[in-house]
Design a protein around this ligand. Structure first.
Ligand code: 5AD
Ligand code: SF4
Length: 468
């Protein structure tokens, strides 16, 4: 089926869903409420905005993350096992709510659902779940909801892969002034520890004209900052009918009038081109931040991880970026406890952290993901040893980040105000171009504005500031 006619089909389902919502409203005396709870990365956050868009269009009432709602959807993550465990834990609690509200419906979607073992477990141990779907068919959400309300028993609809990208379905943005934009889906890299290529499928890029049109519409609707999303944005566009590079796409996005800031996530070091550095260097809108996952500083472990760069190549790349764009913030992801990793390997990782001087680094204990090549490796690392090494790395990350971030103390820089500070109503929280958070006195009228602040006091990864 063509993607256009699929859009028409789904819009018809949204209309049918409206009738279902009206019937439920008449029965209950109020519109049915919903909660969408998102685990994991920015991709999932964006998917949730699409799911919420459809629910609101159909007339459901947004109840935030209140799990005592008439419809609860968990958008799951499976990149590490603790994300899976959280979902199972919360499902137990949901069962209690459902017993008190027999009309309640429970749905699960996202990366975890792409694993056959998870589906088996849900069928066996969580029979109160009503609907399960995966990452490839979220555009069918309206249709699946109609089926769920019109039938009894668990509905499972999981696709192994897809080449379909359905444009123009409704979306409800979390923030009025900023938005994520998918530029590509899936991943072809098969890093040996990573489950993403198995649950998100093969790499597919959106057409540049669709991306530009979506951003133009967003800007007309008040968006000033966009985050271009892909598992590996540096390989964007390679498989399109008319191939285009990520650097070229950025140049096109830069031209959009009214757009103030451009971010992107995530860059694989092996594919980061000189062209991209050049475009970033001369851009007025691309933010001074690059997230460049290192994973390990040991060339031996990197080879085992199938990362396709060495310690030396990574350091050379980071140095080149720092030389060309001196005010850039570099952040990274690091895995500790990969099979066969020794204290000497971790020393290499620490050496890279010291040399590159990250502004922030996300450190993770290796999690064995069934079906990945690393899960079958025989030399799995002892958990206590991994935790020890983790603590060692974290300490260096914190010290070097504080040193690096504090270099900005006293400077006046622009922040985009995002929200009221969750812990102190007299403060607002905004983000610098380099992604560092700043808290400063202000009120909700400032949200969405780009303002100048003086960075007064560095608190490790963030600042306290004041407006100037
Ligand atoms: N165990 C631990 N961390 C992982 N990541 C991906 N897979 C695993 C795993 N099996 C981390 C990587 C990646 C980030 C999103 O999650 O560091 O960059
Ligand atoms: Fe996973 Fe590697 Fe793809 Fe990132 S690039 S999603 S770590 S396989």
């Amino acid at each position: 089926m063509s993607e256009k006619s699929e859009l028409i089909r789904q819009n018809e389902y949204i209309e049918r869903l409206k009738q279902i919502v009206t019937d439920l409203s008449n029965k209950k005396g109020h519109a049915p409420t919903f909660a969408v709870i998102t685990f994991g990365c920015q991709m999932n956050a964006r998917d949730s905005e699409k799911l919420i868009g459809i629910l609101e269009k159909a007339g459901f009432m947004n109840n935030g993350e209140n799990e005592k709602s008439d419809f609860v959807l968990y958008n799951t993550c499976t990149v590490r096992d603790n994300a899976n465990q959280k979902v199972y834990g919360r499902l137990g609690v949901l069962n209690g709510h459902k017993k008190k509200n027999p009309d309640m419906k429970i749905a699960l979607c996202g990366c975890m659902m792409q694993e056959p073992s998870v589906i088996e477990k849900i069928r066996k141990s969580y029979p109160f779940v009503d609907l399960v779907f995966g990452t490839h068919n979220i555009f069918k959400f309206a249709e699946l909801l109609v089926r769920m309300y019109e039938s009894k028993g668990l509905i499972v609809d999981i696709w192994k892969d897809t080449d379909q990208i359905v444009e123009d379905l409704p979306v409800k943005r979390k923030y009025p002034f900023k938005s994520g934009i998918n530029i590509m889906f899936g991943c072809n890299n098969f890093c040996s520890y990573c489950i993403v290529p198995y649950v998100r499928g093969r790499e597919r890029s959106r057409e540049p004209k669709d991306i530009i049109r979506e951003i133009e519409t967003l800007v007309a609707d008040g968006v000033v900052e966009v985050m271009l999303l892909g598992q590996n944005v540096n390989s964007y566009g390679k498989n399109l009918e008319n191939p285009i590079s990520f650097a070229e796409l950025l140049k096109e996005v830069e031209k959009i009038e009214g757009l103030r800031r451009i971010r992107f996530m995530t860059s694989h070091p092996k594919d980061l081109s000189d062209d991209l550095i050049e475009v970033m260097k001369h851009s007025k809108k691309i933010c001074r931040h690059l997230h460049l996952p290192l994973q390990s500083g040991s060339s031996r472990i990197l080879a085992q991880m199938n990362r396709r760069y060495t310690k030396e190549q990574y350091i050379a790349l980071a140095k080149k970026i720092r030389e060309e764009i001196p005010d850039i913030a570099l952040t990274t992801d690091i895995i500790i406890g990969f099979p066969g990793e020794t204290a000497e390997d971790v020393d290499e990782t620490i050496d890279v952290i010291r040399q590159v001087q990250y502004d922030n680094a996300f450190t993770f204990i290796y999690s064995k993901r069934t079906g990945t090549p690393a899960a079958a490796m025989e030399n799995q690392v002892d958990e206590a040893f991994a935790h020890e090494q983790f603590d060692r790395v974290l300490k260096v990350v914190q010290d070097t980040a504080r040193e690096r971030v504090s270099l900005l103390e006293g400077r006046i820089m622009e922040v985009l105000v995002e929200e009221l500070n969750p812990h102190d109503d007299d403060l607002v929280t905004g983000r610098l171009s380099n992604n560092i958070l700043v808290h400063f006195p202000g009120d909700s009228t400032l949200i969405g504005q780009i303002l100048k602040v003086r960075l007064k006091e560095c608190r490790g990864f963030y600042y306290y500031g004041e407006r100037v």
